[in-house]
Design a protein around this ligand. Structure first.
Ligand code: UDP
Length: 482
């Protein structure tokens, strides 16, 4: 529809790729339906979203970018550390404190003559200070997540029913209270947002309080995938939950698909040409998102497992140059042995573009929610290999609830409290998991069938008459002002 300046959403993403990307997609979807959106971004992150925003603007969508510097020096952070890749690992508390300094400049921006006044703030749940911002602007505020309702409800029930009380061992399994389905978690796997992270105790309380006081929740999931969990979470929080996903479906064209987040380390055409030469459903895509780090030993075992599987693969190797000379040499030799069958991408991959190609048959993923949702959207079964944070719950959701994955059997977090743990998944386990997802007999076929059925529901959700489509329209209606 035409621009409906009666609704003006101010999006304040957390500037981690896994938060920024879905927030921008959601904002652009709202703009597609006629709402004015302002997206707040800091200088080092503008490049990550500019291609999508420019494309949207050229298509006539009402989108504003509000670029504000982050006061890094005031919090003892080095220049450029508004890019999370540049935050020294011992200064994360400083980073989150610095974010709260966006509030005053934002208030000034929207109080200044010429700036359109917002009707609603949509802030990542990791910005508890947005509570004060919305109060000072006297507008409602929504909490933004890119998580499934299953994960949100499990986490909430563990906290509100004190499921970990009296449990001494962080790895001891505990049944999530208040669910019909039996789901086991442990404190190590599901500590709660920011809980258990040294230095973040008070911040975790602030995050929860800001959520309690929000006027609703927007998340990148869709109703038909998990109706009982969406309803259960909304009821538990006594709050409206708008599921608006899969938000990656905003991107229907190669131009924006290939430039979502960082600049890709491989050309879209080269990538597609490589995939065009492969049989449908034959290629395994392997990537662990934007944060998770692998031990050098793990890189080697993974590579050997992929080689042994006999299947074609695209393997995204992050920080390939930081694993030492042995790994560099190993990767070079591996590339030689699997030439034509294995494609290594050293750096950022055009992930959704790759996943949408018919040659791809499965995804070895760390189960960041965006990646999981993108696998679902593409109708792909997954090898679930969670590392930290909500990834364990997402893995359980994919494997135990949706029945579209096999897990690699990692019980303990690989990066609990941002430390590294030396659990190495062996090459045999990798090989077996890859084979069972891409072949796997009747069970494998069932998994693929379920994944395809889910993808059809995902697409229907964002189309006219679908639940996510309806929720986007409802959001605009709910927050328009005459
Ligand atoms: N992504 C990408 N190319 C890469 C790595 C990641 O496009 O090489 C995108 C991916 O499609 C997803 C996001 O970055 O949208 C990562 O979010 P996710 O929740 O999966 O994981 P996180 O990075 O937060 O751990």
């Amino acid at each position: 529809g035409g621009a409906n300046v009666k609704a003006h959403f101010v999006f304040i993403p957390l500037m981690f790729q896994g938060h920024l990307i879905p927030a921008v997609d959601t904002a652009l979807l709202l703009a597609t339906h006629g709402a004015l959106v302002s997206i707040v971004v800091t200088p080092s992150n503008t490049g990550r979203i500019r291609p999508a925003v420019d494309f949207a603007r050229k298509s006539g969508l009402p989108v504003r970018l509000v670029e504000l510097p982050l006061d890094l020096a005031a919090e003892g952070l080095p220049d450029g550390a508004d890019d999370v890749e540049k935050v020294p690992s011992d200064l994360w508390t400083n980073y989150f404190r610095a974010l709260a300094r966006l509030r005053e400049p934002l208030e000034r921006h929207f109080h200044a003559a010429g700036a359109p006044y917002p009707t609603c703030v949509v802030a990542d749940f990791c910005h508890p200070w947005a509570k004060e911002l919305a109060a000072n602007l006297a507008v409602p505020r929504l909490s933004f997540f890119s998580m499934c309702a299953f994960c949100l409800l499990c986490q909430h029930n563990v906290e509100r029913f004190n499921a970990y009380d009296g449990v001494a061992d962080d790895n001891e399994p505990v049944v999530v209270p208040g669910l019909e389905k039996r789901v086991e978690v442990s404190r190590a796997q599901a500590p709660g947002f920011f809980r258990g992270t040294p230095g973040f105790e008070m911040f975790a309380d602030d995050v929860e309080q800001a959520l309690v006081e929000a006027d609703g929740i927007v998340t990148n999931s869709f109703l038909e995938m998990e109706p009982e969990y969406v309803a259960g979470y909304a009821e538990a929080r006594s709050m409206k939950v708008w599921t608006v996903g899969p938000v990656s479906l905003f991107h229907q064209r190669k131009a924006t698909l290939a430039s979502r987040g960082n600049t890709a380390a491989i050309g879209a055409d080269e990538c597609l040409r490589w995939l065009d030469g492969k049989e449908p459903g034959s290629v395994m895509y392997v990537s662990f998102g934007s944060i998770a780090q692998a031990e050098p030993k793990q890189v080697v075992e993974l590579g050997l497992g992929l080689e042994a599987s006999g299947h074609p693969f695209i393997w995204v190797v992050k920080n390939a140059d930081q694993h030492g000379e042995d790994v560099t040499e190993f990767l070079r030799e591996l590339e030689g042995r699997v030439a034509g069958r294995g494609l290594l991408i050293r750096g950022w991959a055009p992930q959704v573009l790759i996943l949408s190609h018919a040659a791809v048959g499965g995804f070895v993923t760390h189960c960041g929610w965006n990646s999981t949702m993108e696998a679902i959207t593409a109708g792909l079964p997954v090898v679930a290999w969670p590392h930290f944070a909500d990834q364990f719950l997402n893995a359980k959701f994919a494997v135990e609830v949706l029945g579209i994955g096999v897990d690699v059997g990692v019980m303990e977090p690989l990066m609990y409290r941002m430390d590294q743990k030396e659990i190495v998944v062996g090459r045999d386990v990798v090989e077996k998991a890859v084979r069972s997802v891409l072949d796997g007999g009747d069970e494998g076929e069932e998994r693929r069938r379920r994944a395809r059925a889910l993808a059809a529901k995902a697409k229907a959700a964002v189309e006219e008459g679908g639940s996510s489509h309806g929720n986007l329209l409802d959001l605009i209606k709910s927050f328009e002002v005459d």
